[in-house]
Ligand binder design. Sequence first.
Ligand SMILES: Cc1cc2nc3c(=O)[nH]c(=O)nc-3n(C[C@H](O)[C@H](O)[C@H](O)COP(=O)(O)OP(=O)(O)OC[C@H]3O[C@@H](n4cnc5c(N)ncnc54)[C@H](O)[C@@H]3O)c2cc1C
Length: 494
Amino acid sequence: MTAVSRRRLLGTGALTAAAGAAMAASPAAASARGRAAAASADVVVVGAGLSGLTAARDLVAAGRSVIVLEARDRPGGRVYGLPLGDGTTSEGGAEFIGPTQDRIAALTADMGVATFPTHNAGKNVYYRNGKRSLYATDGILGAVPPDWGVVDLQIALTSLNSMAKEVPVGEPWKAAKAEEWDSQTFHTWSRTHSLSSGARFLMDAFVSSTLSVRSRDVSLLYVLHYIAAAGNAGSPGNVDRLINTKGGAQETRFAGGSEQVPIRLAARLGDRVRYNAPVRSVVTGDGGVTVTADGITVTARRVVVAMSPAIAGKIEFTPGLPASRAQLMQRYPMGSIAKFVAVYETPFWRADGLTGQAVSDSGAIDATFDNSPADGSRGILMGFLNQTNIRRLDAAPPEQVRAAGLDAFGKLFGSKALSPVRTAFQRWDNEVWSGGGPVGIAPPGVLSDFGTALRAPCGPVHWAGTETSDFWTGYMDGAVRSGERVAREVHAAL
Ligand SMILES: Cc1cc2nc3c(=O)[nH]c(=O)nc-3n(C[C@H](O)[C@H](O)[C@H](O)COP(=O)(O)OP(=O)(O)OC[C@H]3O[C@@H](n4cnc5c(N)ncnc54)[C@H](O)[C@@H]3O)c2cc1C
């Protein structure tokens, strides 16, 4: 049956069915009969990450019928509770929120999920050139570790903040100097604006800790926009808000784990959300779309594709998308990131006067945080493996990853770190439905030449995902903002 005839068979009346009455067939019943289920709705949302779920929430609230198709067997996408093997979880993906991230904060409150401050009392650890040192973060440098290059670094960071002010949030390609800034990598700029090896190391660490790519991989314009986007309409973005715990994007955590937010939001949407339904194709025609996933085909008037451009590129669109969008999806790669987690009977580093936060230039882990629960009833250390470290461990068996992770924790926090109760590990670069993380990035030239295709609808195909956000692109807040924006866009178009 062709897409068009299938939709005609279902009839247009079903397309305007009231919210809550979206289901036209049971996939379980259909698969029992050995064929795909068929359903229809006003809007089909592809992806049950925060962006897709938020879009669905708002469209349902506006009276539209919605079906969400999710490839995985769970909601949340890059927000994920990593099982620790004892019935509990620790965040394997997104974890922190901070000031000016108003939309994720509002959603969190609406879902009834409590928050608490990230543990930040004590000193941070800085490990560089084989030397471990401790530093306080309440001085004028904030989270920036003291290094020989720190004056150099401060001058460069001041320049970055002032350049970022010239980048229109959500439309970096409109910056007066877009051509110049998008014709170089962040590495090129940082080498000409910082002379000391310490400053260069910290500039690279800034990019790898926020984007999990090397500074040579990413456009200067993209980084400037990332800085500009780290705020809201009332507070322009700046570097401090990206890197700081207190007053920055790492300030706050979620009781019970960040995954509680998408889990509860998906539960509110009920059986509108279909899991284990990877969308393979979107066919546009006859005033609507036919979206085919494993086990179910949905006809709708509009489709929202709510994921990173790179992962959207796995879907086959017929007729083909405009070249600008098709090529954008080829040019917006994901960063490479993983998290290693170790559980201890107590957060022993706190007694040693440490925050649990560290920056390191060697070993498997380059940055750490205290992931213990709010009541400190047990200790959890989390270490990020940036792009370089995770690639080194690409083919490593689990016991080698575990040994490398513990070795790094031991170097940063002492011998007690070598004897955890248990460990867990989550890498994102080999996750089929994420392809990496935390965010898609733009190499030079992409924002200037293809940036407008990030959000521009292609007929009845609309785009969401944190990568399409104006403020806090790359973050949960950006995902929520993008879902809210696309819901308004689709509702107005229907
Ligand atoms: C390790 C890590 C740490 C992070 N830390 C933070 C943090 O501390 N704070 C913060 O704010 N952000 C953080 N982020 C970023 C944050 O997770 C993302 O910005 C946000 O979750 C993106 O949401 P999204 O809805 O845009 O995309 P996603 O979460 O990627 O959702 C897309 C969904 O689409 C599904 N999908 C993909 N293809 C298909 C298909 N063909 N058919 C059906 N479904 C499909 C996916 O399974 C997924 O559920 C982190 C990310 C990672 C990976």
